[in-house]
Ligand binder design. Structure first.
Ligand code: SF4
Length: 252
């Protein structure tokens, strides 16, 4: 059983009437974060937002969020989609330069936050994300609470908060169980959840994604061949998705 560490800055922001925007992907970390934040932030200061990635995300994810939150789910969407973006650029995003995250998730999310704050006549936003230190070396170096200078201006102050930054994977699943809920069904086999074929996805998740979403898999495989650029490399050598996963297209 874990209890959420709430920095003094967050306690002050709650008193000041800040609006806490839960960026919810439908994944286990978002689900646990929502549960934890609800324990410390008043209901009417919480807003749930999902950045819809369209057909590249697991279908049913939005229903899963709706079934596990007690707030209205706000769905935001970029004016373009991942595969269209890749086709136009002739290349896939890389882990170092995740144009997909910035254009398809962060951009629409902050646009929503700016408009929503204005609509409410509120001036302070806390952008809550379910990132955890344990996920990667790069993530472990992040600051769990920080001022977001880029999004702040004379009439608006925005902070970033990673409420479950120090939680372990076991604690995350425990929080979900304690809330009487289950994680999204794909966790039966998946380690992480977001785009079915994430550019940083594990082999396990990519294979499971291909088994369960053969049509989408075909689109990725064909797009790689069309643009002549691969998502993954083996060492420094490009490797096509079919060879990487070992799952060949039928009739391909
Ligand atoms: S889940 Fe992966 S591929 Fe999808 S937007 Fe995020 S980083 Fe990009």
């Amino acid at each position: 059983m874990t209890s959420l560490f709430v920095p003094d800055e967050i306690k002050d922001l709650i008193k000041q009437g800040a609006i806490f925007y839960i960026s919810h992907s439908g994944g286990k970390d978002s689900q646990a974060m929502y549960s934890e934040v609800c324990k410390v932030v008043p209901h009417d200061q919480i807003v749930v937002v999902h950045a819809d990635l369209g057909r590249v995300e697991w279908s049913g994810v939005q229903d899963h969020i709706r079934n596990t939150v007690h707030h209205v789910l706000n769905v935001v969407r970029a004016g373009k989609d991942l595969l269209g973006m890749v086709k136009a650029r002739g290349m896939w995003p890389s882990a170092a330069y995740r144009q997909c995250t910035s254009d398809l998730k962060r951009g629409p999310l902050f646009k929503f936050i700016r408009a929503d704050l204005k609509r409410r006549g509120a001036t302070i936003a806390v952008n809550c994300m379910g990132l955890r230190a344990q996920e990667s070396n790069a993530r472990s170096k992040k600051n769990p609470f920080s001022f977001n200078k880029m999004q702040s201006c004379g009439t608006r102050t925005v902070y970033d908060w990673l409420p479950i930054f120090n939680h372990s994977t076991e604690e995350v699943f425990q929080i979900i169980a304690d809330a009487g809920q289950k994680p999204f069904w794909a966790y039966e086999k998946n380690e992480r959840l977001s785009c079915v074929f994430c550019i940083m996805g594990s082999l396990n998740d990519l294979r499971h994604g291909a088994e369960r979403n053969p049509e989408l898999y075909r689109e990725y495989v064909e797009l790689e061949k069309e643009i002549g650029h691969t998502i993954f490399t083996k060492g420094k050598t490009p490797i096509y998705l079919e060879d990487y996963t070992g799952i060949k297209l039928e009739g391909g």
